[in-house]
Each structure stands twice: as structure tokens, then as C-alpha cells.
Design a protein around this ligand. Structure first.
Ligand SMILES: C[S@@+](CC[C@H](N)C(=O)[O-])C[C@H]1O[C@@H](n2cnc3c(N)ncnc32)[C@H](O)[C@@H]1O
Length: 189
């Protein structure tokens, strides 16, 4: 049976991928469970910093015979793509672990076309004071041993450091990692 978090991710994030069109960038795809959700009509550029995930995804794509997905090694903070190239940029549980959320969001903004979509699911700082305090206390000892994952990440705040219009947010309590689904549109600076 799918747990609550997986159902939430499927109903919001994965469902949104299925309605995309044009040139898409996914950043930090990990186990690449998103790949089957992109329509065949999209041209997907999937970027990861971890060579292990890139090798696994390469093998997966051979089996899947998907020709519309191209893999790239790189980092969210310095994207190897030209300005205003993409119709959509997608990521799942990425901003919590990048070295600079500000730089990553600025890069996402740069490579999106005006009117392009940002589709994301992240965990976020809780609104509940007790959980919020626990997230803040646990982040410094846990981040170095969990792939730099910050429990006190505030993805919506990070995204709004650039001119995005928030189209929809959905949230779900989930222990120390409450989930937040965000869809937004790039507006002009
Ligand atoms: C928590 S995992 C999430 C994986 C997958 N997106 C998911 O939701 O299951 C974070 C992923 O982002 C990648 N990642 C972390 N920092 C990154 C960065 N600065 N640039 C690109 N990828 C990054 C990691 O290698 C890892 O695969």
C-alpha cells in the first residue's frame, strides 16, 4: 500500500508532470521515478549531480526506449543551459539539499521562458511551533549525515526571492518533513 506521502506526491507533483508540454528540465531526479510520467510529446532534460544516479537512469532509459529524455551531469546552482530555454522546470525534494537555495532559484528563473512553469514538491518548515523547533534543532547535526538535507528548509520563501506568481500550493503534515506542492509561473523581472 502507498503511504500518505507517496499518494500526495502522485496526486499533485506526478500528475502535474503528465500535463506538461514542450521543453522541460528536471533537476535532481534521484531514482528517476518521474521519467514514466512525462508525456512522449515533451523534450525532457534531466540533470543530476550524482554520477551514480546518472548511470542508473542511463540503464533505465535504454530499457524504457524513451528517446525524449536526455541526461546531464550538473548542479542546480549553475545550470548548463541558456537563458529562457524551458517551458517548465520540475524538481522534487531538491531545494532542501542544495548548497545555496538563492543561487538555485536564480538559475531556475534564468532558464525558464517568461510564462514558464515551476513545478515542485519539497518538505518545509512546519507551522506547528513544537515541530518547527525540533526541525531547527535537528538540522545542524543531521544535515552533514543526510546528503545536506535541511529539515528547516523554506522552499516557498526561496522561490519568492525571484518574480514568480504562485499558481497553487497544497500542503500535507508529515512528521518532521511536512510536504508542500508548489506550482508557479515566471513573471518578468
Ligand atoms: C532527496 S533526493 C530526491 C530525489 C528525487 N527527486 C525524489 O524526489 O525522490 C535529492 C536529489 O537531488 C540531487 N541533488 C542534490 N543537490 C543537488 C544540486 N545542487 N544539483 C543537482 N542535483 C542535486 C541528489 O543527488 C539527489 O538525487
Amino acid at each position: 500500500m502507498m503511504n500518505k506521502h507517496k499518494v500526495f506526491r502522485k496526486n499533485h507533483f506526478l500528475a502535474a508532470l503528465g500535463s506538461l508540454d514542450g521543453e522541460v528540465l528536471e533537476i535532481g531526479f534521484g531514482d528517476a521515478d518521474t521519467f514514466t510520467h512525462y508525456p512522449e510529446s515533451t523534450s525532457v532534460n534531466a540533470l543530476e549531480k550524482d554520477p551514480k544516479h546518472l548511470r542508473k537512469a542511463g540503464r533505465m532509459l535504454e530499457v524504457m526506449r524513451r528517446k525524449n529524455i536526455t541526461l546531464h551531469e550538473g548542479k542546480a546552482e549553475k545550470l548548463p543551459f541558456e537563458d529562457a530555454r524551458f517551458d517548465a522546470v520540475c524538481f522534487s525534494l531538491l531545494l532542501c539539499s542544495v548548497s545555496s537555495q538563492k543561487d538555485a532559484v536564480a538559475e531556475i528563473y534564468r532558464v525558464l521562458k517568461p510564462g514558464g512553469k515551476l513545478i515542485a514538491i519539497e518538505h518545509t518548515l512546519s507551522e506547528r511551533p513544537l515541530i518547527r523547533s525540533a526541525q531547527k534543532i535537528l538540522t545542524p547535526p543531521l544535515a552533514p549525515i543526510s546528503g545536506n538535507c535541511h529539515l528547516d528548509s523554506e522552499p516557498l520563501k526561496a522561490i519568492l526571492t525571484k518574480p514568480f506568481r504562485i499558481v497553487r500550493t497544497e500542503s500535507m503534515p508529515w512528521f518532521l518533513e511536512p510536504r508542500l506542492y508548489i506550482s508557479a509561473i515566471k513573471i518578468k523581472e
